[in-house]
Design a protein around this ligand. Structure first.
Ligand code: GLA
Ligand code: ZN
Length: 692
């Protein structure tokens, strides 16, 4: 079992801190001094500095001022706070847009934006790239010896796309490379004989546009791939001077969950440590346990992006977000729970947006550790400080990881293709929601799960769940066959094996290349209206029915065994759930979209049958989950209650140490509403657990 080194070996602690914008307060030094006092009280040991500070770092072209940053970093360090130093490319100074309009993005409608907002520069512009190179080099040169420099926070939430002529040209070059300079190859891959879309010259190719081309799915897909490529290329450009001048300082850039515009698997490859910004809407329209499970799914994705390596919770709000419909306060206890939830799933940090509320502009009402009142006597501050105090007890957790025998495939390119498809339903395609629904039963049982993409290695898992695997890229079906043949269990669903990597339909029968391993042929798929419902009846317990909604695949079992059939409509009696024995393993096909009840029963059965270990042996009440980090010698068990009321959990007769208060616990454990316990098990208990 692996124990990873700390993100930066300088600090062997869970990092606790926030985005810190002293550049907004330079003319009130008393506020900056107060920040240092308050950071100590909040048990903060890191601050992300300079994220949008370009205008203060380079007030005029070529005139740099680092004096304020020198002072800030020195003072932070003297007060035990390390700096996560940002490159400022997330927002550019006004002088730059005025002098070099090419740095401003062109929108899909081909209109160039005006200066304003943030996150909106052209990733291709040589001018922008050069300005970024200069400032990043200067920052690295200036702070390379600074003892407080901990991690590079590169830019901020890379997103969006630019359609300027520079980007169009770069897109065409990228295409030429991809299609070996053969335009005919591209025409075929994009099925351009359709509606006479055949290109006769590379210069005719344009990025998708609302007033131009947007219905060529191959083009849309390649454009999205190009946007990822260009963003990754920009990231590589940003980190080149950092890597050269400060090779020992890890680099990251903050991700946004399953942000649709970028394939994060490609970006993650270039980062030393993955970080992400998590803003769940607690106490809102969905029950908290569902929000908890969705958030857990995203934490697991971020951990999986680097094969299980601990990640960073770069941003989270200490109280409210102000960009949602209703900015509901986090109820007492939720802050600590949500923060420790990230740690439970593999984060080695708990960080906030932001340290101090800005006085003006659009984020003046966004949650922060320090409110406009300016002191520590607030509920939010107290909860943050309490959280910091707990994190100080968790040094042993640093670098440990989560072991999963289950993986769910969530794949960006697959998502892009599904979203582009017209039919079988154009509403509620719900790819991500479906993946999350397949995740929930594991979360409820306290079974750790990795969230991977279809290019990942499957061989370490017992159970692989591939919901709606509409696109199957070359080689994936063969790898799935190998996985099942050598004893793995695969679960696939309706709407699988429909298109290849170019979004061209497989010919000869769906699910295309998955047909052999799944042992079914899907002849048609029925889309149901929202009010329609069919039923599915299990063969071995005929009294038991489940609702089938929205999508019903009409399949023929070829080599597969039928486990359940449809009850109604012209396809009554036809297979709805099958299992195909394939080599030493099994491949299930769930032909219908179900509600939670079916998935819960189905996966609970598989967890038992495959003897997939749960973190705690006993059943957990709804809304309570258990997750585990381990170094192989010690387990760190996080038991979390997402309900507002007290719950009881049976931890069995093992003696475990509470990491927060040092007490020894066993038997039944009471968790208050939003309560969380972190229990440490030594090697003897770890072995006992494994044998259960
Ligand atoms: C994002 C940004 C932050 C801030 C927060 C507010 O995550 O990275 O700068 O705007 O949103 O929720
Ligand atoms: Zn551009």
């Amino acid at each position: 079992m692996k124990r990873y080194p700390p993100i930066n070996p300088k600090v062997r602690k869970i990092l606790h801190g926030a985005d810190y914008n002293p550049d907004q307060w330079l003319d009130t030094p008393e506020v900056l001094a107060e920040d240092l006092r308050l950071m100590k009280l909040a048990h903060v040991n890191c601050a992300s500095v300079g994220i949008f500070a370009w205008a203060k770092l380079e007030p005029e072209e070529g005139r740099f001022d680092f004096s304020w940053l020198d002072q800030i970093m020195d003072n932070l360090y003297k007060n035990g706070v390390y700096t996560i130093l940002a490159t400022p490319s997330g927002a550019r100074p006004a002088w730059m847009s005025a002098k070099y309009p090419e740095v401003l993005r062109v929108q899909p409608n081909r209109q160039r934006i005006l200066h304003g907002r943030r996150h909106n520069h052209c990733f291709t512009s040589p001018v922008y790239r050069e300005k970024v190179r200069i400032i990043n080099t200067k920052l690295a040169e200036r702070y390379k010896e600074h003892p407080g420099l901990l991690i590079w926070h590169v830019s901020n939430e890379y997103n969006g796309e630019c359609h300027c002529e520079l980007c169009q040209e770069a897109f065409r070059e990228w295409l030429k490379k991809k299609y070996d300079g053969d335009l005919e190859k591209l025409n075929k891959a994009w099925w351009n004989a359709f509606w006479s879309h055949t290109y006769t010259d590379w210069s005719q190719i344009q990025s998708p546009a609302p007033h131009g081309e947007e219905l060529v799915h191959g083009l849309n897909l390649d454009w999205k791939r190009f946007v990822t490529h260009q963003t990754v290329d920009f990231f590589k450009h940003e980190i080149a001077p950092l890597k050269e001048i400060t090779p020992e300082i890890p680099v990251t850039t903050n991700l946004m969950g399953t942000y649709p515009g970028l394939d994060y698997w490609k970006l993650a490859k270039e980062m030393d440590v993955v970080s992400w910004d998590s803003y769940p809407l607690w106490h809102g329209e969905k029950p908290n346990w569902q929000v908890g499970a969705s958030t857990a799914f995203l934490h697991d994705l971020n951990r999986s992006l680097k094969g299980g390596k601990p990640f960073m919770l770069m941003e989270s709000t200490p109280s409210v977000t102000n960009w949602c419909k209703v900015a509901k306060l986090k109820r007492p206890g939720m802050h600590v729970l949500a923060s420790l939830q990230a740690v439970a799933h593999g984060s080695d940090t708990v960080q906030y947006f932001q340290w101090r509320k800005s006085r003006g502009c659009s984020e003046k009402f966004h949650g922060a550790v320090v409110d406009h009142c300016g002191h520590e006597h607030t509920r939010v501050f107290r909860e943050v400080a309490a959280c910091g105090k707990i994190l100080e007890q968790l040094d042993d957790v640093v670098g440990t990881t989560v072991e999963s025998q289950v993986a769910i495939i969530y794949d960006w390119e697959n998502r892009w293709a599904i979203e582009d498809a017209q039919g079988p339903r154009n509403e509620k395609k719900d790819y991500q929601q479906t993946c999350e629904k397949h995740y929930q039963p594991f979360w409820q049982q306290g079974v750790p799960v990795d969230i991977i993409n279809m290019d990942c290695d499957f061989s370490s898992y017992k159970l692989l769940v591939a919901p709606m695997m509409y696109m199957v890229r070359p080689g994936v079906a063969e790898r799935l066959e190998q996985f099942v043949a050598s004893g793995g269990t695969l679960v696939a669903t309706y709407l699988s094996g429909i298109v290849d990597e170019n979004d061209l339909c497989f010919l000869g029968g769906f699910p295309g290349p998955l047909r052999k391993v799944l042992g079914v042929w899907s002849e048609e798929i029925d889309a149901l209206y929202d009010d329609d419902v069919n039923y599915v009846v299990l063969k071995d317990s005929p009294g038991k029915e489940y609702e089938a909604i929205e999508l019903c695949d009409l399949i023929h079992a070829e080599t597969a065994e039928v486990l359940a059939t449809y009850k109604d409509d012209f396809y009554a009696g036809r297979p709805a759930l099958t299992r195909n024995k394939f080599g030493a393993g099994n491949a299930y096909y769930i032909a219908f979209r179900s509600r939670e009840d079916f998935l819960r029963d189905f996966y609970n059965h598989l967890i038992e049958a495959l003897e997939i270990p749960k973190v705690l042996p006993a059943a957990l009440p709804l809304g309570v989950t258990a997750q585990k980090r381990t170094d192989g010698q010690h387990d760190f068990i996080f038991i979390m209650n997402f309900n507002s009321d007290e719950q009881t959990v049976d931890i069995g007769d093992f003696e475990l140490t509470d990491l927060i208060d040092g007490s020894i616990v066993k038997g039944s454990l009471k968790l208050p509403g939003y309560g969380v316990r972190i229990l440490k098990a030594g090697s003897a208990v770890v072995e006992l657990f494994a044998s259960r």
